[in-house]
Structures are given as structure tokens and as C-alpha cells.
Design a protein around this ligand. Structure first.
Ligand SMILES: Cc1cc2nc3c(=O)[nH]c(=O)nc-3n(C[C@H](O)[C@H](O)[C@H](O)COP(=O)(O)OP(=O)(O)OC[C@H]3O[C@@H](n4cnc5c(N)ncnc54)[C@H](O)[C@@H]3O)c2cc1C
Length: 347
């Protein structure tokens, strides 16, 4: 680890001045940033500890929820009103990381976590960032390419966005409220992440010196009937191989019901939380039948180009989305017990 300076500002103004300095970075729970510093992937010269002075409240008012940047994953998951008004938020959090990490990690830091792929985190592999990398590049037999994107990568090898909550955030049209010494601005969820051009992972559209102050999400009908479904290699402490944040508003019940509104974002598949406009278009206005769900899943994965070794993810992703839609249609939002007992892994 490279030496750095630690700053613990007492006010937001001081923090905003400190994060303007080149080579400084905001520190929240540190569960990702410190890891990446230890392996010399991120090398800030100054860390500005912002979480003690940022908002840590959850405000439900009118038709939206405002989540302070310093709210922890655990705190958000435990909010009882939201469990009823927006079950997918809790689902995405209780299936993420571990209780210890969820107690430390903040929601602002959660949105800005970096890809887990070794091609980003390993120094030797990072040296090759500038090469033109192609998805048909041969890998060794044992190489794990499952954290490389299979959609949205424009023919290059780029890491998947690994987080869970951000898929809910994007699917349901959230916003981040940003502050800097220049003022405030709001960015809609889908514009927070930019597909990588040259880098191995997404870029955020935060400007230098900007901090996330809070996150808002609309409390809609589909939010009430929502779920987050995650397929992973083991049932705890693992990132998504494929996941979906979905919401359905239906006229009627069962497979004959008409879908009047749908939200779909996919995780573990693309360099950014993937707002699946293609799946939504196939769902809205159609009946909630298994056939419709299969059509939506095919549309969501159309054009997928899995790098060698991760071909299986196309099938996993389609089955995952179909199963998520069927579960929401037939059972409504799931209980914790049901979520945690559902099948995980590659099959
Ligand atoms: C072993 C392990 C397993 C995990 N599994 C999962 C999982 O299954 N699902 C999942 O979603 N996540 C998972 N995570 C990731 C975890 O959720 C994140 O590490 C955590 O949410 C980051 O929050 P933090 O407060 O610790 O952020 P930090 O590590 O402090 O910061 C992360 C990034 O956000 C920036 N930042 C922090 N706060 C602000 C702010 N207010 N404004 C602007 N920038 C800011 C920092 O500069 C840094 O770049 C896992 C992590 C670990 C270590």
C-alpha cells in the first residue's frame, strides 16, 4: 500500500474543498476503496472521510424515498416501511456481501463500487488495458471469465458492474443528488454510469470534486410489486452471475393478466447496471404468460457476445429472468426465507 494522508473534515464545506484536490478521494465505509488501495489499483494521495458528515437518514415522503449518502446497506435493508413499499430494495441488499460489510458499507459507496474482474484488479493483467481486447481472445483452460461482460461491451473485454442495489436504482428510475463546491445537481440513474470506452470497467459521470449527497427512488405501483433475483455461485457472499431487478403492474391475475407497466434491469451481465428497454417493450401490453416472459428474456439477451468461457451465462441469464418474472407473477414479492432458499449456481 502506498502512503496517503487521511483527512477527517468536520463540515461539508471543508470536505468539498478537500475532495477538489487532484489525487484525493472520498472515503465512506472503505469496504471497496481500501481493498483497491491495498492492491495498488487505486492510489489516492489523500482520503477524505465523508461518511460521518453526510446525511444518514431515510425519508419517505409523498411518492418518493430519499436515502442519505451515508445510510448503510444494513440500515436500508432494515427499514420496515420500505420492505412493504419497495421489496426489491431489501432483496438486493440482503443478498449482497456479508452482514459485516453491510454494517460498514454506505449506499453512496455501494453505487460506485468497481468491477470485480481480475482483469481490473490484477496488476499484470491491468498492464494490458490499452491493448485492443476482443471477446474472442483465447484464455487458458482455467481462466474464470464469468465476471466479464456478455452484453453492452462493444466487442471488447470489460468487467461487469458487480453491485446489486444499483440494478434496482436503474430499473426504477432513481436519481442521485450531487454536491460540490460549485453547487448541486441531480443525475438520473441510467446516466450515472457510462459504458467504458478504453478502460476495463464503467466510468461514473461524477465530475471531479463532486460528492453523492443522497439517492432518491420513486415509490410506484411496480415498486410495491417488485423483486430482486440473483443467481450466484454460492448462496452467500458472492457476486451475481446474473440478476434481475423487476417490477410488474398487472391487470388481473395469473398468466392471463395484462401487464400494464414493467421495470427490468439486469445485473452481472453488462459493464453497467443494464436497464433492459428491450425486455420492458416485450412485457408492457402483453399477457403475463410464460411465452411472453420467454420472449422478453430472449429480447434482453439478443446480441449477447460472451467471451470464451462464459457462454453459459447467456442461458443462465435467460432462465433467471423468466424465473424471476414467473415468481413475481405467481407469488408476488418474496419473503426473505424464499429468496434465500432459491436455487443458486450455474445450473
Ligand atoms: C468480499 C466482498 C463481497 C461483496 N459482495 C457484494 C455483493 O454481493 N453485492 C454488492 O452489491 N456489493 C458487494 N460488495 C461491495 C460492497 O457492497 C461495497 O464494498 C460497498 O457498498 C462500498 O461502500 P463503502 O461505503 O464501503 O464505500 P467505499 O469503499 O468507502 O467507497 C467506494 C467508492 O465510492 C466512493 N464514494 C464513497 N462515498 C462517496 C460519496 N458520498 N460521494 C462520492 N463518492 C463516494 C469512494 O471514493 C470509492 O471510490 C462486496 C464487497 C466485498 C469486500
Amino acid at each position: 500500500m502506498i502512503p496517503f494522508t487521511f483527512q477527517n473534515p468536520a463540515t461539508i464545506d471543508t470536505a468539498l474543498r478537500a475532495v477538489r484536490t487532484e489525487d484525493s478521494m472520498p472515503l465512506a465505509g472503505g469496504t471497496t476503496l481500501v481493498d483497491l488501495m491495498k492492491i495498488n489499483v487505486l492510489k489516492p494521495q489523500t482520503l477524505v472521510h465523508v461518511s460521518p458528515i453526510l446525511d444518514n437518514s431515510i425519508l419517505i415522503a409523498g411518492d418518493k424515498v430519499t436515502i442519505g449518502a451515508a445510510v448503510t446497506m444494513a440500515q436500508l435493508a432494515e427499514n420496515e416501511q420500505l420492505q412493504r413499499l419497495f421489496p426489491a430494495i431489501r432483496h438486493s441488499l440482503i443478498q449482497a456481501a456479508s452482514p459485516q460489510i453491510r454494517n460498514m458499507a454506505t449506499m453512496a459507496g455501494n453505487l460506485l463500487q468497481r468491477t470485480r474482474t481480475a482483469y481490473f484488479r490484477h496488476q499484470d493483467l491491468r498492464e494490458r488495458d490499452d491493448e485492443v481486447q476482443r471477446t474472442d481472445m483465447p484464455f487458458g483452460a482455467d481462466a474464470d471469465t464469468s465476471s466479464l461482460a456478455i452484453i453492452g461491451h462493444n466487442g471488447r473485454l470489460v468487467g461487469t458492474y458487480p453491485g446489486d442495489f444499483a440494478n434496482v436504482f436503474v430499473a426504477f428510475g432513481g436519481e442521485v443528488n450531487l454536491i460540490s463546491s460549485e453547487g448541486k445537481r441531480t443525475v438520473v440513474a441510467k446516466d450515472l454510469y457510462r459504458l467504458p470506452e478504453k478502460a476495463i470497467q464503467y466510468e461514473s459521470t461524477l465530475k471531479p470534486g463532486e460528492l453523492i449527497a443522497s439517492i432518491t427512488l420513486p415509490l410506484t405501483e411496480t415498486a410495491r410489486n417488485s423483486l430482486y433475483y440473483k443467481i450466484r455461485e454460492r448462496s452467500s457472499y458472492a457476486f451475481a452471475l446474473a440478476s434481475a431487478a423487476i417490477g410488474l403492474q398487472m391487470d388481473g391475475n395469473g398468466s392471463l393478466a395484462k401487464i400494464t407497466k414493467a421495470n427490468v434491469a439486469l445485473g452481472g451481465l453488462a459493464p453497467i447496471p443494464w436497464n433492459s428497454v428491450a425486455a420492458v417493450q416485450k412485457l408492457e401490453g402483453a399477457s403475463a404468460s410464460d411465452e411472453t416472459f420467454a420472449v422478453a428474456a430472449n429480447a434482453a439477451l439478443v446480441g449477447a457476445q460472451p467471451p470464451a468461457g462464459s457462454e453459459f451465462k447467456v442461458d443462465v441469464a435467460k432462465k433467471m429472468l423468466i424465473r424471476a418474472l414467473q415468481t413475481l407473477r405467481d407469488q408476488g414479492p418474496m419473503t426473505d426465507a424464499t429468496i434465500l432458499s432459491m436455487q443458486h449456481g450455474r445450473s
